[in-house]
Design a protein around this ligand. Structure first.
Ligand code: NHW
Length: 423
């Protein structure tokens, strides 16, 4: 099943004016698209809005402000194609995702109704360093673009995008990464979503997993049954003092891939551990407020050989009499030493890695199931094609397109195949 067909450049009235790769563009070399500018070339004041609206910098250190963003997203953020599910990012998630190390408050941009101060639109950026093959690019990662349903199709999105671009450029940053389910000019990479049922009965009741022809409910439940305890000796919740080893392991693993973030230890600690295990917050696996879980495998010599992590992302189930939410675990960073010393093309490298990832992710599924997740989601990226089918992940309807702003790059394999097959 292919992604919905692309339109031609002429149909993108906004995007055709932006420094992004065109659909039919032939790429000769990688690098910025726009000519070089300096922050002084960028206007000091915000783009004008219609007079009933005003820009606001959202102060996420204030829980009331996070709640306002939560409420906007809760009612208006991303839905699936037939409006059965809508992402429901918990406030704690927004805090984690947006107040990352070195975040800039003025990249958390709201649009309010001038009279009532009601929040009606939002866009955010955080600073990231991206490695595209062997070049490291200071960038912004743009996310949570959302416009209230009543203000759709009024060309407000291009204004939000231009305003975040202005604020990012003012810091001397000229590139950005963003992802979207929709096709825009032009993805640098496309991944497909895969889903592994943990609670098949509930997934069936909410309409996520139909009963396949010729199967019974009992057979489906049996198909997805998992052991109740994990199998890898030395698998345990990550602690803050693991960061040195985890950092080295993840850097070595991600090095194999063409597009990856470049973290320092502080950033990686934030993404894997948030504030868990600090003086103020315990490192409790079952804490109801937790948004990210990271586990390591420590061998008998105290060496960390593997990392696996996932985060929570509940969705509202729209108009279902039995359930009002669906809680998905999303695969996050992982790494393994299996096969790492061998060249990637070496056949033994793939076999070693595949065997390891099969047990590592089977354990991750068990952990997620025991934590109460309904489904485990992953994309076709990294080494996932080695284990998705075997671990009973099924191909979803959704795709995730990766985009670079003001940077042309040769396409990067995201594991998405038009024939739906995995490598
Ligand atoms: S993707 C999630 C986006 N959010 C949602 O889907 C939530 C539900 N939908 C909405 O709120 C993750 C609205 O439908 C939105 C569009 C706001 C999506 N990305 O205002 P108009 C992200 O947050 C283009 C980019 O009339 P609307 C990533 C569309 O193609 N562009 O539409 C965000 C058209 O342009 P065209 C998108 O429905 C990355 C124009 O918007 C888009 O009322 C942002 C129509 O505008 C999308 N997801 O509002 C880019 N969806 O050229 C960052 C639609 O076709 C770039 N459009 O005429 C980098 C900036 C920083 C650079 C720094 C160097």
């Amino acid at each position: 099943q292919e992604q919905p067909q692309k339109k031609s450049m002429a149909d993108y009235k906004f995007w055709r004016t932006q420094p992004v790769t065109k659909f039919d563009e032939k790429i000769d070399d990688e690098g910025p698209i726009d000519s070089c500018k300096t922050p002084d070339d960028i206007p000091d004041s915000p783009y004008p809005l219609l007079k009933e609206f005003e820009w606001d910098t959202m102060d996420l250190s204030n829980p009331d402000v996070i709640k306002e963003i939560f409420d906007l997203l809760y009612a208006n953020y991303v839905e699936d194609s037939d409006s059965t599910f809508r992402f429901n990012y918990p406030p704690r998630f927004l805090d984690w995702a947006l107040r990352a190390p070195d975040f800039r408050p003025d990249w958390h941009i709201g649009v309010r109704v001038a009279g009532t101060r009601k929040l009606v639109a939002f866009i955010s950026g955080i600073p990231v360093r991206l490695r595209v093959r062997n070049k490291t690019i200071p960038s912004a990662e743009i996310n949570f673009l959302c416009i209230h349903k009543k203000l759709r199709s009024k060309r407000l999105a291009p204004l939000l995008i231009k305003e975040v671009t202005r604020r990012v450029n003012k810091q001397g940053i000229w590139q950005a990464l963003y992802t979207a389910g929709v096709v825009l000019p032009k993805p640098v990479s496309t991944c497909r979503y895969y889903h592994r049922s943990l609670n098949w009965t509930k997934l069936n009741e909410v309409g996520f997993s139909p009963l396949p022809p010729g199967m019974t409910k009992a057979k489906m439940i049996a198909k997805y049954k998992l052991p109740s305890i994990t199998s890898i000796p030395g698998l345990r919740l990550m602690r803050r003092d693991d960061i040195g080893q985890v950092y080295d392991l993840l850097v070595a693993y991600l090095n194999k891939f063409e597009l990856a973030p470049v973290f320092n230890k502080e950033e990686l600690l934030h993404w894997l551990m948030h504030d868990y295990g600090t003086e103020s917050v315990s490192n409790d696996e079952n804490d109801k407020n937790r948004v990210v879980w990271a586990y390591v495998v420590e061998n008998a010599d105290g060496v960390i050989t593997d990392l696996v992590s996932f985060y929570t992302l509940p969705s509202t189930v729209i108009g279902n009499p039995m359930h009002d939410n669906l809680v998905a675990a999303y695969q996050f960073y992982y790494a393994s030493t299996a096969g790492l010393a061998l060249p990637r093309t070496h056949p033994e490298c793939t076999a070693l890695l595949k065997n390891r990832l099969l047990v590592l992710f089977n354990d991750a599924l068990i952990l997620a199931k025991n934590l109460g997740f309904d489904v485990f989601n992953a994309l076709t990226l990294l080494d996932n094609p080695l284990f998705l089918d075997d671990l009973k992940f099924g191909a979803g309807d959704g795709y995730l397109n990766y985009y670079l702003f003001n940077y042309k790059a040769f396409p990067i394999d995201g594991g998405y195949r038009e024939d739906g097959k995995l490598d």
